[in-house]
Write a protein that binds this ligand. Structure first.
Ligand code: FES
Length: 613
């Protein structure tokens, strides 16, 4: 038989259909077959349908790289995803793989009601199940907006196929009256000025046009940028991936490079599964990055959820780990909201590679990355020319922007499960050690109704307390923790007060603000839930204390009374047992902020016994 005849024979007689040869392969198209009770038929049928798309047997024999497409017209942070998919496909196909993109849900901050956090776990389930269900040898996860990257990593760890992250990248800053502005620190700063009457409606209208002048994620060290840097710290994304602008050609080259790495990952499947790449040291590196960049408080919640997905790491890292690492990590990146600059400045200063050179002494250099090299090897093999100090927004290690503990974890009778504060973003540092009378709002609606009441009994020394914006109390834990300064006080020029809640705050916001108080106020056992106007609250960030000056007896007495009310009034904690749909699933199974707000049944440990039936 001639060579040509031999090839023709190979095409005509496909051994995939040989009934005497069992299908044992766990890679390519043969993995994860749909169940028809006959694996050969399942593979036969799979090929019938994928050939409808024009694929050849040659294409179908390649490693399959799934590309998760989170494009949505409701998500301007992801507007460049079609171009990124093209870039990844180019990288995959130039390196011998077959790239197949598929959608999952997309979450954009301001288009997600009640909050994007409410949908994060849904997106993680979608990601996990679609990665698991479809025949991908490795997967490129394209995300960007705040909740998308943590959701993708949570799902990716649980699915445990090799994953590589690619973010859409930060937007460019805009300009107003000659001053650079950008989403979304300047959204909040300018809105506060408008509320205080220092800028007028004309100004705020034209500012609105300039805050997000291009596609991409918020251009400051908000949650999206923080999570992008954290992904590099974890080793899950190439270094340049964190900061290249969404609209740059560099971003497209990173997409191509990610496709190349994805194909390479299929040759080291066991080594590069996320549960193998991610070690305790990876997480310690990521937390070091978080502290060094003055990252978003939201990242703490996400990291706790991500840790909880990893069977070997869960339980070994908690809020105290975040605090301990903070005590030895200086804040060296001068970006809003802790500093003055934008993500494009960070990128132009050398981005994550430059940061790693600055904080190298704090990193575990043997931690693995998705390229198959360790962090130390990656630092060593990438050419690096330091940007002159005066042009860089990365401060010297020994002359940091903030000495240590950008993010602190507070504990005390008011937050036995912990609370998080971004101390470096405090506008009045004296408030980091402060006692004052509580002014309590029982929920967001109550706050909205009374905060600007001229008769509100409040002074700049008061402590503003907002209850019931936690994970269950206000499903989705809204970013309402940035309680506005009451207008009568703001109009005196006061920019900051001590503010406390069980909610979250945008990573782009700043102030002396204690967040994620656990247990949340909706929990009948919560001390936050029994605080009343006039109670004296003490916060001492240096000593890591958050306390209400009440006796234990008084606290227990109030908790007893309140537990009764929760039952009688069918408050959310009680009512959640009978709520239908995703909302019911969310409310019954979401865990507290100190554990990341994940659904208990999605964690590596699974549900607690009482929820397991
Ligand atoms: Fe998407 Fe800020 S709104 S990153």
């Amino acid at each position: 038989m001639s060579e040509t005849q031999d090839q023709e024979q190979t095409v005509k007689v496909n051994m995939d259909y040989d009934l005497d040869t069992p299908i044992t392969s766990k890679v390519g198209l043969r993995q994860g077959l749909a169940s028809y009770g006959d694996p050969h038929f399942s593979l036969f049928l799979r090929k019938v349908f994928i050939k409808a798309l024009g694929y050849s047997e040659d294409a179908l024999s390649r490693p399959i790289i799934g590309i998760v497409n989170t494009y949505s017209s409701f998500n301007p942070c992801h507007a460049n995803i079609p171009q990124l998919i093209d870039g990844v496909k180019r990288g995959v196909q130039l390196n011998g793989g077959l790239a197949i993109d598929f959608p999952t849900i997309s979450i954009a901050e301001s288009f997600s009601s009640p909050t994007s956090m409410y949908l994060r776990n849904l997106m993680s389930m979608d990601t996990e199940e679609m990665i698991s269900a479809q025949p991908c040898d490795a997967v490129v996860l394209i995300g960007g907006c705040d909740k998308t990257t943590p959701a993708q990593l949570m799902g990716g760890i649980s699915a445990n196929k090799p994953i590589l992250h690619l973010v859409s990248g930060p937007m460019m800053p805009g300009s107003h009256r000659g001053v650079r502005i950008g989403a979304c620190t300047d959204c909040r700063n300018n809105w506060a000025k408008y509320r205080a009457g220092t800028i007028d409606i004309e100004d705020i209208s034209s500012i609105n046009d300039e805050l997000a002048p291009t596609s991409g994620t918020c251009g400051v060290m908000g949650t999206a940028s923080t999570m992008a840097c954290v992904l590099v710290g974890l080793g899950m994304m190439p270094f340049a991936g964190a900061s290249a602008p969404a609209v740059s050609s560099a971003r497209l080259r990173i997409a191509e490079e990610t496709g190349k790495h994805a194909v390479a990952a299929t040759k080291q499947l066991e080594k590069l599964r996320p549960q193998a790449v991610l070690t305790r040291e990876s997480f310690l590196n990521a937390i070091t990055v978080l502290q060094a960049i003055g990252g978003s408080t939201n990242a703490v919640v996400h990291l706790m959820a991500i840790v909880g997905r990893h069977p070997k790491i869960a339980g070994t890292i908690d809020l105290d780990t975040v605090d301990e690492i903070g005590r030895k990590t200086p804040l060296v990146v001068d970006l809003k909201p802790s500093g003055d600059n934008y993500m494009t400045d960070f990128h132009n200063s050398g981005g994550m590679l430059a940061l790693f050179h600055e904080i190298k002494s704090l990193l575990f250099l043997d931690a693995m990355t998705v390229t198959g090299h360790t962090i130390g090897e990656e630092i060593a093999r990438q050419s690096y020319v330091a940007v002159p100090r005066e042009l860089s927004v990365i401060q010297p290690f020994d002359k940091p922007l903030y000495p240590v503990s950008s993010l602190v974890v507070l504990r005390g009778n008011l937050a036995p499960g912990g609370a998080v504060m971004k101390a470096s973003a405090s506008k009045y540092r004296h408030l980091l050690k402060h006692s004052g009378r509580a002014v309590v709002f029982s929920n967001s609606a109550d706050m909205a109704e009374r905060i600007d009441d001229p008769n509100l009994d409040v002074t700049p020394d008061s402590v503003l307390v907002l209850q019931n914006i936690g994970l269950v109390g206000n499903p989705g834990m809204p970013e309402a923790g940035l309680i506005p300064i009451p207008r009568k006080i703001a109009s005196e020029g006061v920019l900051d007060m001590l503010r406390l809640s069980d909610g979250r705050m945008s990573g782009t916001a700043g102030g002396t603000i204690g967040l994620h108080i656990s247990p949340e106020a909706a929990d009948p056992k919560s001390v936050l839930g029994i605080i009343r106007d006039g109670d004296i609250i003490t916060c001492d960030a240096e000593a890591r204390v958050l306390r209400v000056e009440l006796s234990d007896e008084e606290i227990q007495e109030r908790i007893k009374v309140r537990a009764q009310q929760v039952q009688e009034q069918k408050a959310p904690w009680e009512a959640r047992k009978r709520i239908r749909g995703y909302r019911g699933l969310y409310m019954r199974t979401v865990n507290q902020a100190q554990f990341g707000g994940d659904f208990d049944f999605l964690t590596a440990a699974g549900p607690e016994e009482e929820n397991a039936s």
